[in-house]
Design a protein around this ligand. Structure first.
Ligand code: FES
Ligand SMILES: [Fe+2]
Length: 382
């Protein structure tokens, strides 16, 4: 390990479990059906994706009035936008005429005009005009795009399809306490890119909390700058997972191109956290940047997600900022490709008659937590 990245971890700090003392979590499901069954997928949509708060991006993506982003989450296309009052709103992206999506991709607009028959909605989803339909013959007020609950935490936007959701912070657990010093809301998105994979959505989540594979699969990328020594973690009653590691920056060679986030306390100026908030958010605050991955199912064996890479706002005016960010982005994509190959192979392996999950190492506590939350807690396991 390079001395540059040496980091003394006090095992008692914050009461984290020291990794060697952690229970190996053995979940010996014999069948991989929870990753392949259409029936299980239907339960997951209902019990997870249509109930929980879901991270769908960053507030800076809808910074100005009329900025919008769209996502297709399971069977639900949504729009997130900023209305004239300056509020972030989230709506079903399903035209009240025949059901076509009224917005695609992302951009800035004054109205959402459905491309099929031209119905026009304002930024709050109110129907403003419907070609060749007399207002006397129908009730435009009944044709508003349905709103979803929306909230933010630390610059991240969350939505939920749940009509009576719990407060967002109740579901996030002790994140303020752990990540407060990083001040995520002072970080700005420098890059984002999509990922679409032919696998069950759970495998991507599990992979993103798997520390066990880092020194093996990622040996040629970031693995050699992120030793397992001293790794420690905690899980939360809400299904969250927060693992503290030492290590370098996510660039070739491991040495940051920017230096530490200026406002970080000394004890956080190395390595970072590998974190998961169920059901679909993995984030990685490091000493020099913040990256985040959100993902959701498209179908039982197809998922998609977005990766966001963020830096302190003051770095954006540095010379060569874009070139430096490109180095981070390319590196991220390189190790994500390494992960992708494994996940796709795993999706195949799960269907084999010989598949059975074996004992898991303590370094897979995050994976076990994700499995427990996503599979066992909703009763889809063997
Ligand atoms: S489906 Fe949108 S206007 Fe017809
Ligand atoms: Fe990985």
């Amino acid at each position: 390990m390079s001395s540059k990245f040496e980091f003394e971890i006090n095992p008692n700090e914050r009461g984290y479990s020291v990794i060697k003392d952690a229970d190996a979590m053995n979940h010996n499901h014999k069948s991989g059906h929870v990753y392949t069954s259409a029936e299980v997928y239907e339960i997951e949509k209902k019990e997870i994706f249509y109930k929980d708060w879901l991270c769908v991006g960053r507030v800076e993506e809808v910074e100005n009035v009329g900025d919008y982003i769209t996502h297709r989450i399971a069977d639900e296309p949504i729009i997130v936008t900023k209305n004239k009052a300056g509020e972030i709103v989230a709506m079903a992206n399903v035209c009240k005429h025949r059901g076509v999506e009224v917005a695609f991709g992302e951009g800035n607009t004054k109205n959402f005009t459905c491309p099929y028959h031209g119905w026009v909605y304002d930024l709050d989803g109110n129907l403003k005009s419907a070609l060749h339909l007399e207002k006397e013959t129908f009730e435009p007020k009944k044709c508003q795009l349905p709103h979803l609950h929306v909230d933010t935490w630390a610059g991240f936007i969350f939505v939920t399809f749940n009509k009576n959701p719990k407060p967002l912070l109740d579901c996030l657990g002790n994140v303020e306490e752990i990540y407060g010093p990083y001040q995520f809301d002072r970080m700005r998105m420098a890059a984002k890119f999509p990922t679409e994979l032919n696998c069950n959505w759970k495998l991507l989540n599990e992979n993103l909390t798997d520390i066990y594979h880092i020194a093996v699969l990622h040996l040629d990328t970031f693995g050699k700058h992120q030793p397992l020594d001293g790794y420690r973690f905690e899980t939360t009653p809400q299904g969250g997972y927060h693992g503290r590691f030492i290590g370098g920056a996510l660039v070739p060679g491991g040495e940051s191109l920017f230096g530490p986030i200026p406002w970080l306390p000394e004890e956080l100026k190395s390595g970072g956290y590998s974190s998961h908030i169920p059901p679909n958010m993995a984030f990685f605050p490091r000493f020099d940047n913040l990256s985040c991955s959100v993902n959701w199912p498209i179908d039982v064996d197809r998922c998609m997600g977005w990766t966001y890479i963020m830096f302190p706002e003051e770095h954006f005016s540095q010379p060569n900022f874009k070139e430096k960010v490109k180095v981070y982005e390319d590196f991220y994509k390189a190790f994500l490709d390494e992960d992708t190959e494994m996940i796709l192979s795993l999706q195949k392996g799960l269907k084999s008659q010989y598949y059975g999950r074996g004992p898991m190492s303590p370094f897979e506590a995050g994976v076990a937590g994700v499995i427990k939350h996503n599979i066992e807690d909703i009763g889809t396991s063997d």
